[in-house]
Each structure stands twice: as C-alpha cells, then as structure tokens.
Design a protein around this ligand. Structure first.
Ligand code: SER
Length: 319
C-alpha cells in the first residue's frame, strides 16, 4: 500500500487528481496539501497547509504520515510567470528541488512532477512535435519546466530517484478554475457560454494549441505512475497529446449546443506565448511504452463539460 502526499491539491489539476488518488488508494492514504485553505470537498481529508518552499515542513510531513509517493503540482504557470519571472523561477525550481531531495533522503518510492508543452519554443517544429526535438522556451515557466525535466533525469541517474513526468498540453476541466496559464481561455469560454455571455478571447481566432480534457489527463497520470519502471524509456518527461484546436473551433463546437453563442477577439500578451508553442504533439513514445491513448475529441469534451458545468452552476458553484 502506498501513502500519497499531493502538494498543490487546491489547483486545477490538483483538485481532480487528489480525488482520483483517494479513489485509487483510499482517502486515509492520501494527504492533500496546499498553500491555500482546503477546498470544501477536501475539508474532511487529511489536509495540511504546506508551502512547497518550506523544505523542513515537507520532510516533517513525509515522516509523520509515512508518505511513500509525492505528487508535486505546485507551480506558477506561463502567464503569471511573465509578470513575476523571478518568483516563478524560485517557486518552480526550489519546489522541485525540495521534493527531489526529500525523495532521495527519505527514500520515497516515486515522485510525480508535471512538465508542459511550454518546454517548446518558436524554433521547435509546429506540427506533431517529436519527443526529442529543439526546446527553446521563451517563457520563464517553460525554462523552469525544461530545466526541471533535466533535473528529474539527473536525480534518477545519479541517485536512483524514480521520478515520472508528463508534458501536459493545456488542461481543460469543469470542476476547478485554472490559474494564470495561456490555455485558460478554453475553460473560461464554457463558463461564459453557459452564462449567455459573449466571450472575449485573449488569443486570436486561428491560434492552434495542443489541449486535453481533464479525465484523459488524470488517466494518463495514473497510468504512467502504475507502469513498471523497466517499461519507461523517457526519464525527462513524456510528450502527451490528445486534441488540437483554435478558439474559433471550440466556439463552433459550443454552438452545436448553444447556437447563439458569440465570441470576440482581443489578443493580449498571451498571444505571443501561444505563438511560441506547437500546434500538435507526437506522443508515440508514451503510446509505445505505457499504452497511452486519449479518449475524448473536441465535441465529446464540449458535450460533457456543458452538461456537467451547467449542473454545477445550477447548484450555485462558481457563483
Ligand atoms: N496550461 C499551461 C499554461 O498555459 C501550459 O502548461 O501555462
């Protein structure tokens, strides 16, 4: 039996991954932690207020709760990172070091740490980006993820730390709001559509980006963490693909259910970030090594989100 610590359990990914981990390992074996107060559904869990920059406290929690796996999801994303570059670097890198050091010193079984399509840059091929290619990120977030990937590989080869990682595309879920990313528009748009409002998009209509529906992202994460170590050939971070679409295409998909939905465009500084990222990802290594296969296409995702988000809004969530 594993005992899991999730750092950053209140975030867009953390909130859903924590629930999935509780289902898999049992609520009593999952410790949720975040720098902010617990989400309502996490109040009855073992929840600890924890700052990923507090190394001593991380060690203490791991020892007190006999933790065997840590999921470190605490990060400053791309858009906020450009506003606070030095803080983004500090939090993303020192947070990772604290967890990697703990894994080495306290002999954790496994660590999970997310990377991102932000490791790619303007001279990376745009379409079907291969696993090994030019990586020249232009955001602090991307630089921290690329450096972090190499550190994960280093801790594995030098000290045998079993750390696993995925390069997530933009993650789209309806249960929690994202914070500070460039792909956040693809979540906000559903909220505005259900509120009967015009959505003003901060990216231009033809901006292609790789994206993924949250249930696929959660499944990919659990699948990678379950895979036998000898099957894994990538020890930096796996390319992971699912969907690619533009704001105009997601708006068209929404219009299949909400015909009078309107979108307008007012690109801001995030356009430049989006333009530096690829359109689509070749994830054949993940398919080959641990059987990755996404389940949702754009219309499947849109239908599912509109149905479930509508119900949540009717219950008073996101009010
Ligand atoms: N979704 C992230 C962002 O937009 C990319 O990993 O920053």
């Amino acid at each position: 039996m594993e005992r899991i610590l999730v750092i950053g359990s209140g975030g867009q990914l953390g909130s859903e991954l924590t629930e999935a981990l509780k289902e898999k390992w049992g609520t009593e074996n999952v410790v949720a932690s975040d720098i902010n107060d617990p989400r309502p559904e996490q109040a009855k869990d073992t929840f600890i207020k924890l700052d990923v920059l507090d190394k001593e406290e991380i060690y203490a929690v791991i020892q007190e709760y006999k933790i065997t796996q840590v999921y470190n999801l605490a990060a400053v994303l791309s858009a906020v990172g450009e506003k606070k570059p030095h803080f983004a670097w500090k939090l993303n890198m020192e947070g990772l070091f604290n967890v990697l050091e703990a894994a080495k010193d306290l002999k954790l079984n496994k660590v999970y740490w997310p990377s991102s399509i932000a490791v790619f840059g303007p001279t990376t091929p745009k379409k079907d980006v291969p696993q090994y290619t030019i990586c020249n990120p232009t955001t602090v977030y991307g630089i921290s993820k690329l450096a972090g990937e190499q550190w994960c590989d280093y801790y594995r080869s030098k000290w045998g730390v079993d750390v696993r990682s995925l390069r997530y595309p933009g993650l789209i879920g309806y249960k929690a709001l994202p914070g500070g990313g460039t792909t956040d528009y693809a979540v906000d748009i559903y909220h505005k559509a259900l509120e009967g409002q015009t959505y003003e998009c901060f990216l231009s209509e033809n901006t292609y980006l790789p994206m993924m529906y949250m249930p696929d992202a959660i499944r990919a994460t659990l699948q990678l963490m379950d895979a036998p170590e000898e099957q894994l050939s990538v020890h930096t971070s796996y390319n992971l693909g699912a969907l690619s679409f533009t704001p105009e295409e997601i708006a068209a998909s929404i219009r299949k259910s909400i015909p009078d939905f309107k979108i307008s465009y007012a690109p801001d500084f995030r356009q430049q970030i989006a333009d530096s990222w690829p359109d689509s990802i070749d994830d054949s290594q993940a398919q080959q090594d641990w059987g990755w296969k996404p389940a949702y296409d754009l219309d499947g995702m849109t239908g599912d989100i509109l149905k479930n988000l509508k119900a949540l809004k009717e219950e008073g969530h996101f009010a």
